[in-house]
Each structure stands twice: as structure tokens, then as C-alpha cells.
Design a protein around this ligand. Structure first.
Ligand SMILES: Cc1cc2nc3c(=O)[nH]c(=O)nc-3n(C[C@H](O)[C@H](O)[C@H](O)COP(=O)(O)O)c2cc1C
Ligand SMILES: [Fe+2]
Ligand SMILES: [Fe+2]
Length: 401
């Protein structure tokens, strides 16, 4: 049964949420679900902006059919060819054979790779700044390569100042009735999942995201309509999410907080990490967070590394190398281009302790990481005589800027 959700009288929200999905992209846990957003502008010509994942295709086609009424579908704009937004393309073309597919050169290459149906005479290729009119609405297209994939573009509707932003400004988390950010307590509801979405999905492409933010700065924006998560429509919320994106895309920490990541087999490194956390707290550090790399999914820890300025890595030695779950985390941070952090290292070993050296090698390859000279090296378990070293490390972390 269709749902009618309007953004404006003639602009419809056709999306839906999946709360059953275990892993987004078969990689990232989504305990809060995820929404797939699609939009329809009904005008002299009808324009569909992006589609949905196959998991919510039934709801999407019901919503589309209802919103179109007796009108035919004239255009489908494909801002992003990833299957979470285009799995329904072939069925769309079967249902609405007269539709024209709007995209750029790369979009059409990707359509031919993902599908076998014939797109001859069904396409309208657009370049940077090209416009399309549907009657009362004018759309401009701006390329946003690598704001997830190379074919990504965004679409700006001039009359109502709406930016259809593809994956940019998206977030994990299902929509529960409310589709607008201002219908939620968005400053508490969305930052953690928006940050986890951005850092894991787009995080590697900070410079490209900054380029998109620069283009967006030249546009007067009253609505941001992303492909996942809520729609942003009031100035305060729009500024808030753009400010978050400026930090994330620029690899600028949001706070001076300390986050301790520890990897421990028997508990010795964990014990030392707990002592370090207490010493940090005694010296005034607040909001300290500790994560056991063996139990927390890396996607959450990556997001925390994008948020906080000071990162502690504490690991036991494992076959003359780093405890593997810690190495996975550090590799993940490297793969997503994390920069500009203050790093402290702590290691543990019973016969040949090498974790600090190995972690330092990895982290030294990252951009603008300040690795503190003070380190701690534990022999199997923390003893009272080593507490001054932990205290010194805590002081160095608090003092670092
Ligand atoms: C598979 C395996 C490999 C290990 N390899 C090393 C090693 O190469 N060098 C070393 O000093 N200790 C090695 N250890 C021992 C631990 O690093 C050491 O006992 C450490 O104190 C454990 O810290 P934890 O209590 O935080 O787990 C290894 C342990 C395991 C289980
Ligand atoms: Fe994507
Ligand atoms: Fe997506």
C-alpha cells in the first residue's frame, strides 16, 4: 500500500527504510536500519530523482505509481549508479518504457556493466552545469566524482533551492515516519550514525567531498535531499550538517577528546589501558572513550577516530607483530585517509615486544600524525613500578595540542 509523503505540493518522497539488513554493503552493521530515498517532481514533465535498493522496491513502485497518478514518467535522474539506488532501474524501464535516463558518460558506462537491457535512445547525457526544465522547475547538474563513486553527480532545483545530494549528507539509520531532520532531535539522534556513514563510506575521499562543499557554497540551499537519512530543510540544520561535513572531509577533529583503542589477549594491556584512562581523568580529560578492538566493529572505531583528536593505541605483541585486531583497525584508518591526530602508543609482550615499533611504522605513513615520544612498554602485566610511566604518558596526552 502506497505512502504519500510530500516535501512540497508537487515534490514527493518515495523512499523507504530497511530494518532487516544485517550488513550494509555486506560490510557495515546497521542495527538502526537504513533508509533509501527517492524523490519525484510532478510538473509538466515528471522527474524522478534516484531510486532505491531492491529490498524496498515494492514500496517504491507503489509510491511512484500513486504519486504519478495518470501522468507518465518522463525522466529518471541517476545521481549515483550504486545498486543501493539503482537496483530497480531495469524494472522501472519495463514499467515506464518512455522514460529518459539522465546521467553523465560514466553513468551510462556503469548501466551497461550492471544491466543487459538496451538503453539506446533512452538517455540524456548531461555535463557540468547543464540544465533541464520540467516546466515550472529547472534542474542543474554538478559533477561530484568520488563522493562515493566516480559517476556521482548532484542535482540542484532552482525554484525551491533543493539540492539532491546523492550519498553526500546521508546517514545510516532508518526513518521512522519523520522524513525531515528538524522533526528529530537531530543533534543527538543523527551525528554518530551520520559520522559512521560518512567516515566508512566516503571518508577516503575528503578532498573530493571538500570540492563538492565548495560548489554547494555557491548555491542558495533551502533543502538538502540525500539518498540516505533525513531531509534537511531549515537553515540551522543545514548549517549544522555542512559544518560536520567540513570537519569530516577536512580530517579536522570535532573535539579534543581522548579515545583509547586497546587489543588485549589475557587482559594485561586492558588493565594498563584502564590505568591510563584513570590517570587522564585525574588530569582533567573528559569524555574519554575506550574500545576493545576485539569486540567493537571497526566501523564504529573509524567514526570515533574521525571525531576525536587524541588517539591511544594499546596492543599486545603477536608473533613479533601487532595483535591482529589492532592491525585491522590501524589499516582501516590508513585506508580511509585519517590525518591530523595526536597519537600515543602502549605495548605489551612476554618475550620480544614489538607492537609499538610496528604500530609506529604504520601510523608514521599517515599524514600529519603527531606520535608522542612518551610510550609505555609492559612486560606481561602492569606493575606498580611502571605507574610513573603511565602517569607521564597521561600527562603528555593531556598537554599535547
Ligand atoms: C599467538 C601469540 C603470539 C604471541 N607473540 C608474541 C611475540 O611475538 N612476542 C612477545 O613478546 N609476546 C608474544 N605473545 C605474548 C603476548 O603478547 C604477551 O603475553 C602479552 O603480555 C599479552 O598481553 P595481554 O595480557 O594484554 O593479552 C604472543 C601471544 C600469543 C597468543
Ligand atoms: Fe554509494
Ligand atoms: Fe548509497
Amino acid at each position: 500500500m502506497y505512502q504519500q509523503r510530500n516535501i512540497l505540493d508537487n515534490v514527493f518522497y518515495l523512499g523507504s527504510s530497511d530494518r532487516r539488513l544485517n550488513l550494509f554493503e555486506n560490510a557495515f552493521p546497521v542495527p538502526n536500519g537504513v533508509s533509501y530515498n527517492s524523490y519525484l517532481v510532478v510538473d509538466e514533465k515528471t522527474v524522478l530523482l534516484d531510486m532505491v535498493d531492491k529490498s524496498v522496491s515494492k514500496a517504491f513502485f507503489e509510491n511512484l505509481e500513486h504519486a504519478l497518478g495518470d501522468k507518465k514518467l518522463d525522466y529518471v535522474v541517476i545521481n549515483h549508479m550504486e545498486p543501493d539506488h539503482t537496483a530497480t532501474l531495469e524494472e522501472l524501464v519495463y514499467r515506464y518504457p518512455e522514460v529518459t535516463i539522465v546521467g553523465n558518460t560514466k553513468t551510462f558506462t556503469f548501466i551497461k556493466q550492471f544491466f543487459t537491457f538496451d538503453i539506446t535512445n533512452k538517455t540524456l547525457e548531461v555535463k557540468e552545469g547543464a540544465t533541464l526544465s520540467s516546466g515550472q522547475h529547472t534542474f542543474s547538474f554538478y559533477m561530484a566524482p568520488m563522493v562515493h563513486w566516480p559517476e556521482v553527480m548532484v542535482t540542484y532545483e532552482h525554484e525551491h533551492k533543493m539540492l539532491f545530494s546523492a550519498d553526500a549528507f546521508g546517514t545510516f539509520g532508518a526513518l521512522s515516519g519523520n522524513i525531515f531532520a528538524d522533526e528529530y532531535d537531530y543533534k543527538t539522534e543523527w551525528p554518530a550514525e551520520a559520522r559512521r556513514y560518512y567516515s566508512n563510506i566516503v571518508g577516503k575521499y575528503g578532498p573530493q567531498t571538500l570540492a563538492l562543499l565548495k560548489k554547494a557554497a555557491n548555491l542558495d540551499i533551502d533543502y538538502i535531499c540525500p539518498l540516505h537519512g533525513p531531509i534537511w530543510r531549515e537553515k540551522e540544520g543545514i548549517s549544522w550538517i555542512i559544518d560536520k561535513y567540513s570537519h569530516w572531509a577536512g580530517y579536522i577533529p570535532e573535539s579534543d577528546d581522548v579515545v583509547i583503542f586497546y587489543g588485549s589477549i589475557y587482559g594485561g594491556t586492558e588493565d594498563a589501558s584502564n590505568h591510563l584512562a584513570a590517570e587522564l581523568a585525574k588530569r582533567g580529560a573528559k569524555n574519554i572513550k575506550m574500545y576493545d578492538v576485539s569486540t567493537i566493529d571497526p566501523s564504529y572505531m573509524l567514526a570515533e577516530a574521525f571525531r576525536a583528536k587524541k588517539l591511544v593505541f594499546a596492543a599486545s605483541t603477536y608473533n613479533l607483530d601487532i595483535f591482529p585486531k589492532m592491525e585491522i583497525l590501524i589499516d582501516d584508518l590508513i585506508a580511509h585517509g585519517l590525518q591530523n591526530r595526536i597519537v600515543a602508543l602502549m605495548e605489551n609482550g612476554t618475550w620480544a615486544t614489538t607492537a609499538n615499533k610496528k604500530m609506529k611504522e604504520l601510523i608514521s605513513g599517515m599524514k600529519n600524525m603527531t606520535i608522542l615520544e612518551e610510550t609505555v612498554s609492559i612486560k606481561s602485566s602492569l606493575k606498580a613500578e611502571q605507574m610513573p610511566e603511565i602517569e607521564k604518558l597521561a600527562q603528555a596526552i593531556v598537554d599535547a595540542n
